[in-house]
Design a protein around this ligand. Structure first.
Ligand code: ATP
Length: 313
């Protein structure tokens, strides 16, 4: 976790922050609460698939984006990175008109269940903090992250963590080794609220257990044991994601058939994540997924990864 480097260097004219995607190695979802949210036990693992957020001074607020999914990213104030910059500016006396150009170089699939928007929000917060020299403490930045969305605090800290509540209360977890992953981004996206609505529909009239982290999963992470982790991966949103996006079942079958230790829908989907034994297995699984014609992009990478990191200027 390196959010402190270069944080208060107000002489910089551009700051770039690299922020990782996440995979949920366990996503346990409780019954809908009266406020409509769900309690979660959410085991996050940051993976080496990154967006880079660069901020430079400008007359007004300007957002640009590059990368394979750039066309799907909103370039107005609804962009989570813009909301993060505005929130920081308002809290640290720089509002109401924010003068900053935010450029997002995007490698994390959009609407893929890998917290890409959350990563950009955390990146913009850390980058603007460094550019403006606001001097916000790490805890203050984490509190702003939680206001922006329940996945944003984890994007800031990276590594591995257990999130409870709506996922935003984080307890860091130790990881005893490197895991190898293949991610298959599906054609099209899935809206997270729609997946939760489908979860509610599928579980209506059933007893939904209180979400809890599985001890065997935490142990597998701690040991760095990929085979044990493969046996413990769970995602309570997977039936809902498969119900809304049935072709994901075929993608999962292709990855498993090509030798993945396990395959799972990442978060609310539709990205699928395959845990593999090593890099060579990753190359074989990626080739099978690319050949299937079921995915628009396939990436091979490792975990855990550092959280939001200011790159040398
Ligand atoms: P999560 O895993 O946290 O549920 P996700 O990875 O499935 O999220 P995002 O990529 O964060 O989904 O995007 C969800 C929607 O948010 C997009 O369809 C887009 O309209 C909007 N959005 C706002 N800001 C951004 C951003 N910076 N990058 C991507 N999408 C953004």
């Amino acid at each position: 976790m390196t959010v402190d480097s270069n944080r208060t260097d107000s002489t910089r004219t551009a700051v770039t922050v690299r922020v990782p995607a996440k995979v949920n190695v366990q996503l346990a979802v409780g019954a809908a609460r009266p406020d409509g949210f769900h309690d979660l036990a959410n085991v996050f693992l940051a993976v080496g698939l990154y967006d880079e957020v660069t901020v430079t001074p400008a007359d007004g607020l300007r957002i640009t984006c590059s990368g394979p999914d750039a066309g799907e990213v909103p370039l107005d104030r609804s962009n989570l990175a813009a909301r993060a910059a505005q929130l920081l500016a308002a809290r640290y006396g720089r509002g109401p008109e924010v003068g900053v150009h935010i450029h997002i170089d995007k490698d994390i699939p959009v609407a893929g269940g890998m917290a890409g928007g959350s990563a950009d929000a955390a990146g913009a917060l850390v980058a603007c903090d460094a550019l403006w020299g606001t001097g916000a403490s790490r805890d203050e930045l984490l509190a702003l992250c939680a206001e922006l969305g329940s996945d944003v605090p984890f994007s800031l800290v990276g590594g591995a963590a257990l999130g409870t509540g709506r996922g935003e209360r984080l307890r860091p977890l130790e990881v005893g080794g490197t895991f190898h992953w293949v991610f298959a981004a599906a054609e099209g996206g899935l809206s997270t609220p729609a997946v939760y609505r489908e979860f509610d529909r599928l579980t209506a009239g059933t007893e939904v257990p209180v979400p809890q982290a599985a001890p065997e999963l935490l142990d597998a992470l701690w040991q760095g044991d990929a085979v044990a982790l493969a046996g413990a991966l769970t995602n309570d949103l997977q039936p809902a994601a498969l119900s809304l996006f049935p072709s994901l079942a075929r993608t999962l079958a292709v990855g498993r058939g090509a030798g993945a230790l396990a395959g799972i829908v990442s978060g609310s989907g539709p990205t699928t994540a395959f845990l593999v034994a090593d890099e060579d297995a990753g190359v074989a699984v990626a080739a099978a997924l690319r050949g299937s014609g079921l995915c628009r992009a396939v990436r091979v990478t490792g975990s855990p990864a550092d959280g939001a990191t200011v790159l040398p200027g």
